[in-house]
Design a protein around this ligand. Sequence first.
Ligand code: HEC
Length: 465
Amino acid sequence: MKLAISAFLAFALARPLASAAANPDSAVSFSRDVAPILNRQCANCHGPKKAKGGFRLQTFDNLMQCGSSKKPPITPGSAEKSRLYQLLVTTDEEDLMPKDADPLPKAQIEIIRRWIEQGAKFDGADRDTVLSTLASSATHEAAPKTYRSPEPVTALAFSPDGAEIAVSGHDEVTVWSAADGRLIRRIGGLPSQTFALAYARTKNLLAIAGGVSGELGEVRLVEPATGRLVRLLATLEETALGLAFSPDDSQIAVAAADQSVRVFDTASGRQTFRLDDHSDWVMSVAFSPDGKHLVTASRDKTAKVIDLPGGEVRRTFRGHDKQVYDAAFSADNQRVYSIGADHMLRVWDIDDPEKSGKKSSPTALDLGAEPLRMKVTEKGVLVCCADNSVRLISADGRKALRSLSGGSDWFYALSYDEKSGRLAAGSYNGEVHIWNIGDGSPVLSFTAAPGFTPAANALANEPEK
Ligand code: HEC
């Protein structure tokens, strides 16, 4: 089944919690399973600012303390006797939590019930840890040892020396040899999905952005050679979708489904600003080559140019009339390319040509297929499309120079290695293809799924009992 990228992402983000809910016998972890639910569903009214009913839910300690009713919220070992559980399942609409909203999904109530029945244990390091932090620093699901079927590639990146390619996996990032497609390393302990990967050019860092469907978003910095966590840069309430290092690696910009764009100082991890000007998911973010601007692409049908370091919106491009999936600067910092659900590649001046008295010459190239991601290179603009191809478009955005074929599914992710002039693209069916941009010749293709063999796939496709 084929899905447009927005639909695909919606599908991917809505994937149910695979862990505790699925297996009724497994132990429920407070940090991993319960904290994200409470943090997301209850913190608005029982968080740092408000304590409705005299009850706070910001930390595990809070959770165990009585509110106005003076009845203990949790009675370890008995969900029935626990006031908090009673309020989740009561048929009295007045009492039902979350207040004035639909009851929690059955699977989430079940997780809380089992956690209480199993003794309501705390498995984090510190009972004073804020639930959101606790949730995201908890161990994520272990990655499958061998993949029964390939995962769609939603992000990939060449290492700075071009020797390795990091690819999004299931609860992990896998690292492959760009020379022969051999699996080199697996970086686990990640949330189920990865939507953006970026290596720092000058620092020994790989940034990984993703999240767990409807629960949290995360941005991690890891040491590429070992996968060791250097810093949990950000935990968000929604999945992180885009990521970029500044040209000098001193800053990291993050785009997220919570409609925000955030910029962090790489060395200290401090957030330097947050922009909430978009009204829908921000799909991508990129720095200008001179480091003076950001460009964002959003499902709200706009792309925006943002000035740094302050974070003021300099321009908003509205011409796509549909979701904008990706945007990037030209090498001279003067123009922005954007692609969207209207099948167009558009080129914009970052300053309004009308205002500066110049003649306006908006450029729009109809790609004839849905473009999903793009990359600006010295040879032109690379765009991967929903027709199983990657196109090379001239730098002025007017002409398709080349179409790289050989793929058998939609390409969702791109990375370009300037030194070797090679392009890697990852597709919905889990394949990674590498081409030489110079002459368009294919170099290598492999399926980025550890242990996967087509025979195993045949088994996986049998109906599950
Ligand atoms: C929209 C606001 C809102 C949300 C969201 C919300 N609550 Fe409440 N909660 C209240 C209010 C208001 C009260 C006070 C009692 C009342 O008015 O029913 C309350 C009371 C409680 C109490 C009783 C405290 C006491 O001792 O009297 C518990 C326990 C509780 N909430 C748990 C939760 C849980 C768990 C969630 C998330 C699943 C949640 N609440 C979400 C507004 C909210």
